[in-house]
Design a protein around this ligand. Structure first.
Ligand code: GAR
Length: 192
């Protein structure tokens, strides 16, 4: 059984999908803890599914590195086999990547390397693209620059808003995330 810790910043709808998938006894991974960089609404999903939760509020620390030290301390207590960034809207400090890599993955609402960063959906619309996508990547020290583990295209429809497009991307992200975690847990995908 692969023990997964998930980090979020917001609603945590993709986290909830992973928690639901892990309810299946045949699914080879379970979410043991959910952390956030603020008092995120999505922490409630952890409670709903009986997983532990914790917040390490970014604003309570004087530097990204100090925040990262506390985040690492919290994560270490769970000895996770894998850390999933599922809507964590902060760059992980290098010390966290160094300690827990290569076992950190991230979901992103664009077809990387297109439209990296915090506004992947908005940037695809602003660029006038006809299609974008969803990606699951391995985390390195860059901004959405790690190896791509899975990705799929999503068409942009006339009249799409950031909200409508993101709502069509998220179900694709969820499917990719659940499948990537399954493949890692089964040993079919090895992070190096
Ligand atoms: C997801 O679309 C995720 O890919 C994105 O935030 C959303 C979180 O939604 N992450 C990024 O944009 C990171 N650059 P959720 O909180 O409802 O799961």
């Amino acid at each position: 059984m692969l023990n997964v810790a998930v980090l979020i910043s917001g609603a945590g709808s993709n986290l909830r999908a992973l928690l639901e998938a892990a309810e299946d006894p045949a699914y080879p991974a379970r979410v043991i803890a959910v952390g956030a960089d603020r008092d995120a609404d999505g922490l409630q999903h952890a409670t709903d599914f009986g997983a532990a939760s914790f917040a390490v509020p970014f604003r309570a620390f004087s530097s990204r590195e100090a925040w990262g030290e506390e985040l690492a301390t919290q994560l270490r207590a769970w000895s996770p086999d894998l850390i999933v960034l599922s809507g964590l809207m902060r760059l992980l400090p290098a010390n966290v990547v160094a300690e827990f890599g290569p076992n950190i993955i991230n979901t992103h609402p664009a077809y990387l390397p297109e439209f990296p960063g915090a506004h992947g959906v908005r940037d695809a619309l602003a660029a006038g693209a006809s299609r974008t996508g969803a990606s699951v990547i391995q985390v390195d020290d860059g901004v959405d620059t790690g190896p791509i583990l899975a990705q799929e295209r999503v068409d942009i429809e006339p009249g799409d808003t950031e909200g409508s497009l993101h709502a069509r991307i998220k179900p694709v992200e969820r499917r990719l995330l659940i499948d990537v975690v399954r493949r890692i847990a089964a040993g079919d995908l090895v992070l190096t």
